[in-house]
Design a protein around this ligand. Structure first.
Ligand code: F6P
Length: 563
């Protein structure tokens, strides 16, 4: 089915209405303190529950009536059509002529037979692959699957990059308290040899299992690292006396210590990994939307199939919520529209994501690929230029570390930086410092920051503290710095699945308003091609060197002179 050209959001009546709405708010004065004082229902009107996550949008630069305008814009850019096309497998990734079906990865088995896409029963295929992954994970976890010398696997090393790394490593870090089989994981991504060197340091090759994850199985970094890991493994096993140097022993060792995840099972076989030890996925799963596919095999091994299922159920809960909740009270749509509101109407360039949970310390990095590879685009899905700014920069660090680093700029800098504050009521590590519950101290900071950002501190309040007059301006906080508070019960496999699905769909909402294909990533190709051309010039090929621009030549000359 051909897809319609995108609606130009900037020409819609809803866009105009939002523009006028902002002018009216500015004329009245954007003043959160005042808005809270004027409207006793503000918090209720701007708070929502989605799955088991609670959202408080009240500290954003909107009024309750703004939500209807957001909903109008969503309707006028045909968000409902886009969601429906995505969920049912229309090739909405039109520059690659692919369906976008990550929602099928977490559908229950009862949905088998309901989604036949390009002749494939996608849910049936997903469940069959999951069954294979779960059987494998159980064998590794129980010790039935052993290394070549019969020892139980204690470490899995995931080799992948981009979507084949960022999701798994983020989830591994986030769910560490659930690792219950005596198996830990390490993640190698960078082609910088330092990465593999550090990640294999101290490992016992006899108890190490490598999972090579690459959608295409052609990615330079991953295949190079996989080959180097194979060399490390075989050399180390031989040095240990665990294998002799025969070809048969080496082959057996690779079979026991290497498995693969890919859509390209032919290339997996070419690499020397037994296709029986490979787990597939499909070209309708984008790399940055793949952590809940076979790409998450390391997670199924470390946390177990039951936890992985709970993780999938969390995604599915938000998928259903997003697709079925009216736009004006749909927390996912509201979050996406708030991002559009700030990016396009307030002209902000960046958006902070600030988890108040140390286990989520890789979440902002994960979101950077999800959001920026998806919506960092200048043309729309019909090839025409975008009509407004797209893709804001996502960044962040866990609280309270960020507070002692960059929050100064968020509080008092000259640019507006909307921020999402994420926290959980319960911690797996309850701790007392004397009478003080440390988690409550932590949450006190979470609450204090959004309060300070919203309501600030006036010059009179500063003076009242006895501050000398010349220092007063430096200690004033303007306030009116927008934040969204997201609060959950506990960081579990389920709630983490919810959080990821939330941001996946927020990305879709923004991409639909901007009319971009959020599922291609042509912008990463040129650098890859040039790296292939330039690498030979670095040490040997003078003709290749001569073909470079003056700056590249000069840098290579510096390299040659100092090597
Ligand atoms: O270079 C970008 C990219 O294609 C990402 O979209 C992807 O997640 C990553 O490379 C890794 O690709 P692969 O899984 O095919 O190795």
């Amino acid at each position: 089915m051909a897809i319609n050209p995108p609606v130009d959001a900037t020409t819609t009546q809803a866009w105009k209405a939002l523009d006028e709405h902002l002018s009216a708010l500015r004329a009245e004065g954007i003043n959160l303190k005042q808005w809270f004082a004027d409207d006793a229902d503000r918090v209720d009107a701007l708070s929502f529950d989605a799955g088991d996550l609670h959202f408080d949008f009240s500290k954003n630069l909107i009024k309750p009536q703004t939500l209807a305008l957001f909903a109008d814009l969503a309707k006028q850019v045909k968000l409902d059509e886009r969601i429906n096309q995505q969920y049912t497998g229309v090739h909405i990734n039109n520059t690659e002529d692919r369906a976008v079906l990550h929602t099928a990865l977490r559908r229950p088995a009862s949905d088998e037979g309901k989604y036949i896409v390009d002749g494939q029963d996608v849910v049936k295929d997903v469940r069959e692959t999951l069954d294979r992954i779960y059987a494998f994970a159980n064998r590794v976890r129980s010790g039935e699957w052993t290394g070549v010398s019969g020892k139980k696997i204690e470490t899995v090393v995931n080799i992948g990059i981009g979507g084949s790394d960022l999701g798994p490593v983020m989830v591994y870090e986030a769910l560490k308290p659930y690792a219950d089989a005596g198996i830990s994981a390490r993640y190698v991504s960078n082609i910088d040899p330092n990465d593999l060197a550090e990640k294999t340091k101290g490992l016992d090759p006899e108890t190490t299992l490598f999972i090579v994850v690459s959608k295409t199985f052609t990615t330079l970094e991953t295949l190079t690292n996989a080959r180097c890991a194979r060399t490390w493994l075989l050399d180390a096993l031989q040095a240990n006396g665990a294998i002799d140097g025969s070809e048969a022993a080496r082959k057996d060792a690779v079979a026991k210590h290497f498995v693969a995840v890919s859509t390209n099972l032919e290339k997996v076989a070419e690499f020397g990994i037994d296709p029986n030890n490979a787990f597939g996925f499909w070209n309708w799963v984008g790399g940055r939307y793949s952590v809940d596919s076979a790409v998450g095999t390391s997670l199924a091994v470390v946390f177990g199939p039951e936890r992985f299922e709970e993780f999938l159920q969390g995604f599915h809960a938000i998928d259903e919520y997003f697709a079925t909740t009216p736009f004006e009270k749909n927390a996912v749509v509201i979050m996406g529209m708030l991002n559009v509101w700030y990016r396009n109407f307030f002209k902000v360039a960046s958006h902070a994501v600030l988890p108040y949970d140390q286990y989520l310390h890789r979440f902002p990095a994960y979101l950077q690929q999800l959001t920026m590879e998806s919506n960092g685009k200048s043309v729309r899905w019909d090839g025409t230029p975008v009509t407004t700014d797209t893709g804001e920069i996502f960044w962040g660090e866990p609280g309270t570390n960020g507070q002692h680093a960059f929050y100064q700029l968020i509080h008092q800098g000259t640019q507006l930086i909307p921020a999402d504050f994420i926290a959980f009521v319960n911690t797996p590590n309850p701790t007392k410092d004397g009478d003080q519950d440390v988690h409550e101290l932590f949450l006190g900071n979470y609450l204090a920051q959004t309060k300070a950002l919203a309501f600030g501190k006036t010059a009179d309040e500063v003076r009242a503290e006895g501050t000398p007059e010349e220092i007063v301006p430096a200690r004033v906080f303007e306030g009116n710095r927008p934040t969204t508070s997201i609060l959950g019960d506990a960081l579990t496999p389920f709630s983490l699945g919810e959080l990821i699905a939330l941001y996946e769909h927020v990305t879709l909402v923004e991409g639909t308003v901007w009319g971009v294909d959020s599922y291609d990533q042509w912008g990463v190709e040129l650098g890859k091609q040039l790296a292939k051309q330039i690498t030979p010039a670095i040490s040997q090929d003078d003709d290749a060197l001569a073909a470079q621009d003056a700056s590249t030549q000069s840098l290579i000359q510096f390299y040659r002179a100092h090597r």
